[in-house]
Design a protein around this ligand. Sequence first.
Ligand code: 1HE
Length: 266
Amino acid sequence: MGNPSRLGEHVAVEIREQIAILSLDRPEKRNALDGGTVRALGSFFEAPPPGIAAAVLTSSSDHFSAGLDLSELTTTTVFEGVLHSRGWHEQFDKIQFGTVPVVSVLRGAVIGGGLELAISTHVRVAEASAYYALPEGSRGIFVGGGGSMRLPRLIGVHRMADMMLTGRVIDAKAGLDLGISQYLVDDGEGLATAIGLAERISQNSPITNYAVLQALPRIAEMGPQEGLFVESLVAAISQGSDEAKSLLEEFLAGRAAKVVANEGAP
Ligand code: 1HE
């Protein structure tokens, strides 16, 4: 059974066996992200409860997040603005480069800092209602939660520039085609889909999941020869684990699941 509790003021947490379900829960402000919420998310992923193998990040309402709580920037100095943004970087890095794979459920507004949070997660399931925008240009600000580093890697600098310059809103289908989400489901089906994916992820060998979170994004940033060498090291470390040996033996003895065509199709 679950045990809902809270993480800071605006995040509900439920633990279901090996899966942690975190719900942004500030519907009256469309899940606008204040400093306390960003820090609470980072603290959770910096030191997940023992036994948690995967997490789901969702929303308790119709919107994932309207982005930065704009009321926080009205009196900040330039230097405070730098520290504010650096704080988001630190917390979102704890998600992307943590130990627990995170599946997010995107619906309604996924805007500004909400989009930056979403793309710090590893697998994104969009419901049909999801839409993505970067209205920073119209607010006189710039992305500050890692968007200029993460989003161009997903959709390209030119598309991000278009979103910021023109205020273009990307719908859920276009977001799937661009890679903002990896899955697109009907409204109301996101959470069940995400939990199913998290359960599947939690059955993997922990060392493989760790390598996917820690090694894969780093290798992708390396030159080809450096990347290939590091890949060999990570492959050797993973295959050397006792768990890998027993999983390989299970397959060879005909006791492990086979790959099934079309399994997990979006
Ligand atoms: C907010 C915020 C917010 C809503 N900060 N309070 N993000 C934006 O520029 C998006 C701004 N929000 C919107 O465009 C709309 O609110 C929505 C499309 C998301 C939803 O519209 P709607 O009609 O359902 O709700 P609403 O009436 O606009 O908002 C409900 C309340 O939430 C209202 O407050 P109230 O006291 O009048 O009830 C809004 O003021 C409040 N609210 N969004 C603060 N974002 C690390 S850098 C990242 C930089 C960014 O994220 S820039 C993008 C910011």
